[in-house]
Each structure stands twice: as structure tokens, then as C-alpha cells.
Design a protein around this ligand. Structure first.
Ligand code: MN3
Length: 233
């Protein structure tokens, strides 16, 4: 009898204790660092494991953490997907632009690479679009490499599909990207984006950015490029 009479208050006490100990759940949806879709060493020798680990865990991780830290001061962030945020980035302060861009850019970057031999081939549709705009894949690569090597300081080189359906090569500074509604940025949907910040290649290539760009082509995940292109058509 004594035990039974104690059971109910004991349960109530334990429930209250559990609620007290649970971490406070934020009222908003936080941005999440996606895991690498392969092992950190899977892209060697083109990109070394140490660079991949630091780049993903610390650099990309910092953009995500910083972006989450900006939600409280910019509550509309919590209502937007990462992608739709890019298209209205002009409404937000520079810190949101840098960190939201950093998060989106790196997310697409990891997905658009694959270990050598595992990235597939361009689809017939992608090849037709490439040949229609550039004449050949070789010509696309030459122009892309020039954009990537010629980006002064930190930034990205892009292959985009423009709103009129044709392809183009462009480059952006810092963590900007072609989805952003900003003056001076050629608008389009990125099919491929290459990080040419020094943190992406300096450990292995030092100042030899063109060697990094050349090696990166062996990692392109054409299956992902094909998927992005098909999703736009
Ligand atoms: Mn980077």
C-alpha cells in the first residue's frame, strides 16, 4: 500500500526531472552541416585527406555555426530553405550573405565530386548543351579553367544554366554564388562550382592553383551534374 501510494508522485517527479535535464529545443529549424558523401581520403591524390577534413569540418562547419548564430537577430532565416535564401540574400546583412553563401556553396561542392572513376559521364542532354554553347567539352574546360585561375583572391568558378536555357561560365568573389539576387552577379542555376579559396588547395598545391584546378576535373561527379541539369529542364 505504501509503495502504491508513492508510485504516482515518484513518476511525476521523474518526469519533471527528465524535462528539466533535456536540452532546450530551439523554436526554429537550424541549418545542418551535411556529412561528406565519401571518406575524407577518397579524393586522393587530387585532394588530400587533411585538406578535405579541415575544409569540411572547420571551414564549412564554421559557416553553418555562424549562420545558426544569426537566426536570432534575423528570424526570417528560420522560415527559408537554404536555397531560397540565396535568391533573396539582398534583404540580409553581409554576415548572412557570407555564411549562407558559404553553406550553400560548400554543400553543392562536396556533392559535385566523386572518387576518380566513380563520377560517371555527362548525359546526352548535358553534352548537347555543352556543345551548343562552347563547341566542345574541351573548350568548356579551357574557359572554366581561365575563370577559376583568374578569380583574384578568394571565390568560386561556376558552370551555370542561364534563365534563357543556355550555359555560361562565370565566377563570383568570396562566398557569393549565381543564385544570389545581387548586382554584378551573372544569374543562373549552378551545374558545377569550384572552390578556389586557398583553403581548398594550399596544403598540397601552395600557390599552384592551376594544378589544383586541373586535378579537380578528374573528380567531377557528372552523375550529379546530369541530375542538376535534368531537374531544371
Ligand atoms: Mn571553401
Amino acid at each position: 500500500m505504501v509503495l502504491r501510494s508513492l508510485r504516482r508522485p515518484l513518476l511525476a517527479f521523474l518526469t519533471a526531472l527528465a524535462l528539466l535535464l533535456l536540452p532546450a529545443t530551439p523554436a526554429w529549424a537550424e541549418f545542418v552541416l551535411p556529412p561528406l558523401p565519401y571518406a575524407a581520403e577518397a579524393l586522393e591524390p587530387a585532394i588530400d585527406a587533411t585538406t578535405m577534413t579541415i575544409h569540411h569540418d572547420r571551414h564549412h562547419g564554421a559557416y553553418v555555426a555562424n549562420l545558426n548564430g544569426l537566426i536570432e537577430a534575423n528570424p526570417t532565416l528560420a522560415k527559408l530553405s537554404l536555397e531560397s535564401l540565396q535568391g533573396q540574400i539582398s534583404r540580409f546583412p553581409m554576415a548572412v550573405r557570407n555564411n549562407a553563401g558559404g553553406h550553400w556553396n560548400h554543400s553543392q561542392f562536396w556533392a559535385a565530386m566523386a572518387p576518380v572513376g566513380q563520377g560517371g559521364e555527362p548525359s546526352a542532354e548535358v553534352l548537347a548543351a555543352v556543345n551548343g554553347t562552347f563547341g566542345s567539352m574541351e573548350s568548356l574546360q579551357t574557359q572554366f579553367n581561365q575563370a577559376a585561375a583568374g578569380r583574384f583572391g578568394s571565390g568560386w568558378a561556376w558552370l551555370i544554366r542561364k534563365p534563357n536555357g543556355s550555359l555560361a561560365i562565370t565566377s563570383t568573389a568570396n562566398q557569393d554564388n549565381p543564385l544570389m539576387d545581387l548586382p554584378g552577379i551573372e544569374a543562373g542555376s549552378p551545374l558545377l562550382g569550384l572552390d578556389v579559396w586557398e583553403h581548398a588547395y594550399y596544403l598540397k598545391y601552395q600557390n599552384r592553383r592551376p594544378d589544383y584546378i586541373k586535378a579537380w576535373w578528374s573528380l567531377v561527379n557528372w552523375n550529379e551534374v546530369n541530375r542538376r541539369y535534368a531537374a531544371l529542364s
